[in-house]
Ligand binder design. Structure first.
Ligand SMILES: *Cc1c(COP(=O)(O)O)cnc(C)c1O
Length: 416
């Protein structure tokens, strides 16, 4: 039975009547730009994340760009950003004329390694963009402490983590700005491109709103050089239809993750990322026997600072200490030369969707060769060779997720 990596129709078609009604309402209103669904959605998302202000924008990429512009980051400035991320995070830093400082990854959470970030700060460093990768928050206590020490602005790239929590606080609502994407593959997917920025700072919110429409106030009088970063009324209307379902989508993603972890963790050669942390010595000793590392919802999003939590009785579904993983991706690590590609072939032969997020870290991208950082960030370089994401979308059926788990189990049996 083929299993797609993602099935947007399985999510959207059950809402066809409501989505069509939303379309009709916007059509008949004629308010295609900044219609009433924009402030309504902004208020709903602000409430959900705990931030004071929300500003709907054209995409998750434009959300990051707008945040950097509102903070006045530009030529001569440096911005810390994880190398193991989607391109938009780093691309926006380059687009405002600033220099990205690529930070290595934590091998267990995939998020940025704040210790590595601390070692890269200079007098020109003005901001840090932690990315909450795959649905789990970066180590925000450490990020905020580093930012306070060096007076860095913090932009949380929460494109993959709307509704995730860090110690009881919403992803995106901790730093100066939080940015979200409603690209169709994100946990809350629009029917096209859409994004949003949050902040609890009144002045930054005002500046971002201004820059969203060419920096003008009043119209045709420009205080700043902004852009057209507006969210479409139609996308806002569609997103408002889907938002009440969001809690259910997340619960089903969490249940799918728990299912995989329960099925796969019993197989020989399979370890949880948490076990890899607690048995760091053992991992080195038995490295050759590890075939698959499963992702884990860490209670504090810092594998290293939470060793004691995992010493016994590890319970993958417990989101203790107020942290919540929303599982945008369920990303395996497949160590060993050639093994990840062998697994890809095995899954492809069975029609099981999978993807490598991400095959090339930012410090190895051609467009950033001028930085001369190619040989930095060894952990992320290794992750790019080992990671593989499998289907986790909410509408996955019991038979489909069993098929995925069985295929992985068969691979391990055939390739001990
Ligand atoms: C998807 C994504 C973006 C960009 O969002 P778009 O809406 O596609 O522009 C930025 N950062 C991360 C981490 C993402 O996953």
């Amino acid at each position: 039975m083929p299993v797609p990596l993602l099935d947007v129709n399985a999510q959207n078609l059950p809402l066809e009547a409501e989505l069509t009604a939303a379309f009709q309402q916007v059509l008949r209103s004629g308010q295609f730009i900044m219609g009433p669904d924009i402030p309504a959605l902004e208020q709903e998302i602000a409430q959900m994340t705990g931030a004071k202000h929300a500003i709907g924008v054209s995409s998750g990429t434009d959300a990051i760009l707008l945040a950097l512009m509102a903070l006045g980051i530009g030529p001569g400035d440096e911005v810390l950003c994880p190398t193991f991320t989607f391109f938009a995070t780093a691309g926006c830093i380059g687009r405002v004329g600033a220099t990205p400082l690529f930070v290595d990854a934590d091998p267990h959470t995939f998020n940025l390694d704040v210790t590595d970030a601390a070692g890269k700060v200079t007098s020109r460093t003005k901001a840090i963009i932690p990315v909450h990768l795959f649905g789990q928050c970066a180590d925000m206590d450490a990020v905020m402490a580093l930012a306070a020490e060096h007076k860095l602005a913090v932009i949380e790239d929460a494109a993959q983590s709307l509704g995730a929590m860090y110690k009881g606080r919403g992803a995106g609502a901790i730093g100066d700005f939080g940015t979200y994407s409603f690209f169709p593959s994100k946990n809350l997917g629009a029917l096209g491109d859409a994004g949003l920025v949050v902040t609890s700072d009144d002045a930054l919110a005002d500046k971002a709103r201004l820059l969203r429409t060419h920096g003008s106030r009043p119209k045709y009088f420009h205080q700043h050089i902004g852009g057209n970063f507006r969210l479409d009324s139609l996308q806002a209307a569609f997103l408002r239809v889907k938002l009440p379902q969001y809690h259910g989508y997340t619960a089903r993603r969490q249940a799918n993750a728990a299912f995989y972890t329960e099925k796969l963790s019993k197989l020989p050669g399979v370890v949880l990322a948490a076990e890899a942390v607690t048995n760091q010595g053992a991992e080195t000793r038995n490295q050759d026997s590890i075939r698959l590392v499963l992702p884990v919802a860490f209670p504090c999003s810092s594998a290293r600072s939470t060793l004691e939590v995992f010493t016994s009785n590890f319970e993958p579904r417990t989101s203790n200490l107020g942290s919540v993983h929303i599982w945008n991706q369920y990303t395996l690590r497949v160590p060993g030369p050639g093994r990840r590609d062998a697994l890809r072939k095995h899954l492809a032969a069975r029609g099981i969707g999978h993807e490598i997020y991400y095959p090339a870290p930012m410090h190895r991208q051609e467009c950033f060769a001028y930085l001369g950082a190619r040989d930095s960030c060894p952990v992320a370089t290794r992750l790019a060779d080992e990671v593989l994401s499998i289907p986790i979308f909410p509408e996955l059926t019991e038979a489909q997720r069993r098929e995925v788990a069985d295929a992985l189990s068969a691979f391990l049996a055939e390739n001990p």
